[in-house]
Design a protein around this ligand. Sequence first.
Ligand SMILES: Nc1ncnc2c1ncn2[C@@H]1O[C@H](COP(=O)(O)OP(=O)(O)OP(=O)(O)O)[C@@H](O)[C@H]1O
Ligand SMILES: [Mg+2]
Length: 452
Amino acid sequence: MLTFTAVGTYLYQLLVQKIELRDDDRLVDKVVLARTLLSDFPSLDALSKSPAPFKHAVHGSDGLTLRLIGPDGRLLLQAPARANAPPLAPLHNVVPITRTPVADDVHKQSWAPDELRVLNAEGMLGDTAGTPVQIAISRPRSRHSEFLRHYLLNLSCAVAFGATLVAVFGFLIVRRGMQPLHLVISQANNISTHRLNTRLSVERGPAELRELAAAFNAMLDRLEDGVQRLSGFAADLAHDMRTPVNTLMVETQVALSQPRSNEEYQAMAASNLEEYEHLAHMIENTLFLARVDNAQLAIARAMLDARAELRRVCNYFSGLAEEAGVTLEIREIASAAHLYADATLLRRALGNLLSNAITHTPPGGRITLAMQASLQGLQIDVTNTGEGIAAEHMPHIFERYYRADYARASSASTGLGLAIVRAIMQLHGGDVSVASVPGARTTFSLQFLALN
Ligand SMILES: Nc1ncnc2c1ncn2[C@@H]1O[C@H](COP(=O)(O)OP(=O)(O)OP(=O)(O)O)[C@@H](O)[C@H]1O
Ligand SMILES: [Mg+2]
């Protein structure tokens, strides 16, 4: 609407200007003609006797009024002789006889309620004295107003029609273009957690919509994957909780089936305590992972002395290692190394790796802690001798509740230790990897990014 109106206004103004310019030019032409005619008259008398040529000059050019004024200020002639002719005002901006008038010499003069376009110029009779005669030509401005009003009306109609046409076509085109969107909406309405495998299909739609559908489908892929993992996680959790709870239940049922001595009850309570500890361990680990998943875990990083940290966990586990009959050592590192990490989480990760290593190293074996600067930052390796991990388990051991050997896994094992190590490393922006030579050794490596 605005564009059409702007174009219409511009066209209208242009037309008004052009018409005015053309009319001014005509005034100039008439003055030049009047000068020529004047030069044919030998005297003022002759002029007042035969004014016909001047009447002819302005005949048919409607609205024009030509006046000739003598040297004494007397009106010699007015053509055409109309009653409603504009009054003769004192002459301004008179073009001297030495100069040919141009359109710029035309000026306006108010004549209520309208306005006049006026051109005044000097002329000269053809007598020997060269008697000066003033030529005054005027034209009311409103002469074209009827025509212009008509034009404006037509233009307004065209503008309104054009705008309506654009609005109608625009509406139809947009509605047609949006049609595939309704399809997308109805498809999206059908998606729920039970039906996450539905995918949007927009083959006929515009490219933008196809891109949207592709992005939406990619999002659904991620969601489906997440939901599947979540429900798997819940199923695994239930399954793993059931075993210790069942054991507790059976033990208690057996104990209650007949009267027992105090010692027997104590033995049962002690055995139950083990299961409770296992359950508590599992719940604590699961909660920790859930907090990491929900990004609720704030990590408090600080500059740590990596060597001191390694020594600390080593001391902590030395008793367990001794009990298991394995050697636990740190391969000495010459340079001091700094680590930007959360001390508690670092100890937890190293602790999980060391407790795994102690469990899986046969008596007489050896566990080595080592540290080296890597390309990205700092790498801590935990290596233990032993049977290693079979290739088929390698892709899964970092998964929650995954245990390589269910049959041999101790009752205290939850299968969450390595999942926690990986979560901790991801919180630090680093990663954990494993390399194993079956029958020889296993190495877990923690990669910390430099100053990150
Ligand atoms: N150093 C290792 N050598 C051989 N196998 C290992 C080693 N570390 C881990 N594994 C295998 O990876 C599996 C997963 O380890 P993870 O620490 O996640 O669970 P877990 O030790 O069984 O239980 P948790 O750590 O919760 O007590 C283990 O069950 C074990 O089979
Ligand atoms: Mg473990």
